[in-house]
Design a protein around this ligand. Structure first.
Ligand code: ZN
Length: 85
């Protein structure tokens, strides 16, 4: 099985998953290219599952804190209509 097709655990990322994503990105933020450090790296789904994104490693991106915030804000904005569920 290709690594990108590996399912992501619901509760946590395995050490292997984290390493694979960081390696793919050369330890750089997927958003802005800033070097990532271990304590402040966020792992986000590039395509949210709610929007049909696969729950796999290939859909995972490592982001710096500021890109993580922007990512969350953007997704929240896209789903503003669904906020009062
Ligand atoms: Zn960034």
């Amino acid at each position: 099985m290709h690594f990108d097709d590996m399912p992501i655990g619901d509760a946590y990322l395995t050490h292997e998953a984290v390493q694979a994503v960081l390696e793919r990105q050369d330890n750089l933020c997927a958003g802005c290219g800033t070097p990532l450090d271990a304590v402040s790296t966020y792992f986000d789904l590039r395509q949210p599952v709610i929007r049909g994104g696969p729950h796999t490693l290939g859909n995972l991106a490592a982001l710096c804190p500021s890109c993580h915030l922007n990512h969350m804000r953007r997704i929240r904005g896209e789903f503003a209509d669904h906020r009062n569920k």
